[in-house]
Design a protein around this ligand. Structure first.
Ligand code: G4P
Length: 536
């Protein structure tokens, strides 16, 4: 049955997205400005919390980091233009981890933030690849226009070639760096002039006619250049087609300066107009039930766990499982079916993060994220629902980039360590690889980010009372070799050691990308997957 009335209204106004970027591109700054426009914070500078300003988000995260425990993403919720927007944080600096990738499984769209001087950077590309994997629509925000950077045409070309995705400039910058004068909105045909001395949301707006008053406010050479560039793009580009954006084929691009709060409002308007709401999700076929798509408006409450955060609150040893709601309405204390365990559980405690406040949530809707207290019931990818049995498609495992051998300081406790590692690997906190000849005697740990190692050492000590040591290995690349029809490929030419992951899939570990090129050259019929479905 499909929901109608107020619940349907709530679901329809949900927009859930994440910002993907390389560290220092300005994600925190942009987040802060979005929260400002959303009325969550009332003065900019609250989020960063650097240099003595009031801290809203980062300090909370830093606090968690100093405790050596898992921080990872929070959800920030704000209202804008009658919509309820959930912005999921994708931890990027030292707290970059596999969770950062998994967050992207829980969103309906993403905003790719690019520093105009740096272009497409390495981490942006990795996160972009994860978005591509799901074909989710991607907005692009080119940041730091108030600083010198690449010419906009060059930048667009770089995005298109590096990411093999077409761009559609929604706005176009008027000058850059010292000569940055504003943006032209190609859709509304308006010019917004930038004035460094004024708050960005009080900009002067003019109609675009070439003879309009805005022309006198910019230098002739800047005007000439703008007209030249516009001439090129207007002639080269077809009109904006929302369907192409929604299917992930083209990315609408806006330009601005997050720091100066310029262009952010324009982005947000465009976002509100085109960002997709909660999307229908596919369930997995089982022996008894065929696969189906779950309509967000389905009255059957359903969701899946995309992140588990251990010991967020030291006073409680419990963990928080973050559930993306896929359909229906969540009510605090409701009884749901845990699909993997095939048992009923109560979602007794939940919270949502509105900036620094961890507010208890009584109800939430498809598109929202709720954090529920977990006493060990949940693993990444678990599904819950209020009626019947629903199991959403698996959240894949993503190729780790850091590797270490783990040893327990007390050799008598080796067996206990193996059990603990197995448990942490099932939970999705780490990935484990074994050499078939050696087995679990001497496993290799693989993680995406450094923090995962820190958390591992902390949890081994804290939860399992096992002091462990990590000996780092030189690998940086892991790939799962597959045959042309997607089956595991168990033998390779080129002298590669074939390891096994915890679901007994063959995997190779390599020191550098160059080795991967060699593997591809030696084994032209084999594909080397960067992600793989996890066991259920
Ligand atoms: P991140 O979360 O993506 O890592 O980036 P963050 O927002 O922390 O920004 C990284 C640096 O870039 C910060 O400078 C920030 O002020 C600056 N920045 C962000 N957006 C813009 C922009 O539009 N224009 C300019 N010129 N700079 C921008 P910082 O020196 O590290 O910090 P702060 O002293 O400025 O706070």
């Amino acid at each position: 049955m499909l929901l109608t009335g107020p619940a349907a209204h709530e679901i329809n106004r949900r927009r859930t997205f994440a910002i993907i970027s390389h560290p220092d591109a300005g994600k925190t700054t942009l987040t802060e400005k979005l929260l400002y426009h959303g009325g969550v914070i009332h003065e900019t500078g609250e989020v960063k919390g650097k240099s003595g300003t009031k801290a809203v988000t980062s300090d909370w995260m830093e606090l968690e980091r100093q405790k050596g425990i898992s921080i990872t993403s929070s959800v920030m919720t704000f209202d804008y233009d009658k919509l309820r927007i959930n912005l999921l944080d994708t931890p990027g600096h030292k707290d970059f981890s596999e969770d950062t990738y998994r967050v992207l499984m829980a969103v309906d769209s993403a905003c790719m933030l690019i520093d105009v001087a740096k272009g497409v950077e390495e981490r942006t590309k990795k996160l972009y690849d994860v978005c591509r994997y799901r074909s989710i629509p991607i907005f692009t925000f080119v940041n730091k226009l108030d600083r010198e950077g690449k010419a906009p045409l060059e930048l667009i070309d770089e995005v298109e070639t590096t990411l093999r995705m077409q761009c559609y400039p929604v706005t176009w910058p008027i000058g850059i760096g010292d000569r940055f004068k504003g943006i032209y909105n190609r859709i509304t045909k308006e010019v917004m002039l930038y004035d460094q001395r004024r708050e960005g949301d009080e900009v002067e707006t003019f109609p675009f006619e070439p003879q309009s008053a805005w022309r006198e406010k910019i230098r002739p050479e800047v005007y000439e250049q703008l007209m030249e560039e516009l001439d090129l793009i207007e002639n080269a580009l077809p009109p904006f087609e929302p369907e192409e954006f929604l299917s992930g084929k083209i990315s609408p691009v806006t330009f601005g300066s997050a720091k100066q709060n310029f262009g952010v409002d324009t982005f947000l308007h465009f976002f509100c107009k085109y960002a997709p709401g909660a999307q229908a999700r596919t369930t997995k076929a089982t022996e008894k039930v065929p696969a189906r798509t779950m309509d967000p408006l389905d009255s059957n409450f359903s969701g899946f766990v995309f992140k588990i955060q251990a010991n967020m609150d030291k006073r409680h040893r419990d963990r928080v499982a973050f559930i993306r709601i896929c359909s229906g309405k969540f009510e605090r204390g409701m009884k749901v079916k845990h699909s993997r365990h095939d048992k009923e559980i109560r979602l007794a405690y939940s919270n949502q993060f509105v900036a620094s406040e961890r507010a208890t949530v009584d109800e939430a809707f498809a598109g929202d994220i709720v954090g529920v207290n977990d006493t060990g019931n949940f693993a990444i990818g678990d599904s819950v629902c209020s009626e019947g049995k629903v199991q959403f498609e698996d959240i894949p495992k993503f190729a780790p980039e850091l590797f270490a051998r783990i040893t327990v300081t007390d050799a008598m406790k080796r067996k206990k360590m193996q059990e603990a590692l197995q448990h942490l690997s099932e939970e999705g906190a780490i990935q484990l690889f074994v050499e078939p000849a050696i087995g679990m005697q001497d496993p290799i740990i693989g993680v995406v980010g450094e923090l995962q190692f820190e958390v591992l050492i902390h949890r081994m000590q804290d939860e399992y009372n096992l002091p462990v040591r990590l000996n780092r290995l030189p690998y940086t690349v892991a790939r799962w070799p597959r045959t042309a029809d997607g089956k595991p490929q168990d033998s390779l030419k080129g002298g590669f050691t074939i390891y096994r992951d915890m679901i007994d899939q063959p995997v190779i570990l390599m020191n550098q990308e160059w080795d991967l090129k060699w593997a591809e050259k030696e084994n032209p019929d084999v594909t080397f997957a960067t992600s793989i479905a996890r066991a259920r």
